[in-house]
Design a binder for this molecule. Structure first.
Ligand SMILES: [Zn+2]
Length: 148
């Protein structure tokens, strides 16, 4: 187990099973051919450094979202996206003693100042046919340029 602190939440991640999950999973733009998904994947390599760090620590490949949604184009020609990722792990109630906890609260706060929302929860509202448990859902809301 790898322990991560984000605000008041502590999560325990099964690194091995999460990595296995992402090794097997296809990139979003291979599953869905729409322009919104293509654009999202192209933007993944220009994410802010705080976001890259969060994805790295959570063992997530950002190009392999479980679901990507585009809402609208704003006045600055940016597209508001929401995306969902899965991680094998659970929200921990009691923080275990003598375990290293990686605190990523500052990264999430710095993203919030850039209007990027990043949240983790054990409530999974994007249906998945994966028979993996327990699962944590990662929610990302971010405005991205159109780079196609
Ligand atoms: Zn799509």
């Amino acid at each position: 187990m790898k322990y991560i602190q984000i605000g008041e939440k502590t999560i325990g991640i099964d690194e091995y099973r999460t990595q296995l999950f992402y090794d097997k999973k296809d990139v979003v733009n291979k599953i869905c051919p729409c322009d919104y998904c293509q654009n999202y994947v192209y933007c993944c390599n220009r994410f802010p450094s705080e976001l890259n760090k969060l994805f790295k620590e959570l063992c997530i490949n950002p190009e392999k979202a479980n679901e990507v949604m585009e809402f609208f184009e704003d006045s600055r020609k940016k597209h508001l996206y929401a995306s969902f990722y899965l991680v094998v792990g659970k929200v921990i109630k009691m923080i275990p003693e003598n375990e290293t906890i990686i605190d990523l609260t500052n990264e999430v706060s710095r993203l919030k100042k850039q209007n990027i929302i990043f949240d983790v929860s054990d409530v999974i509202f994007i249906k998945t046919n994966q028979k993996i448990s327990p699962l944590i859902q990662v929610y990302l809301e971010i405005s991205l340029p159109w780079v196609l």
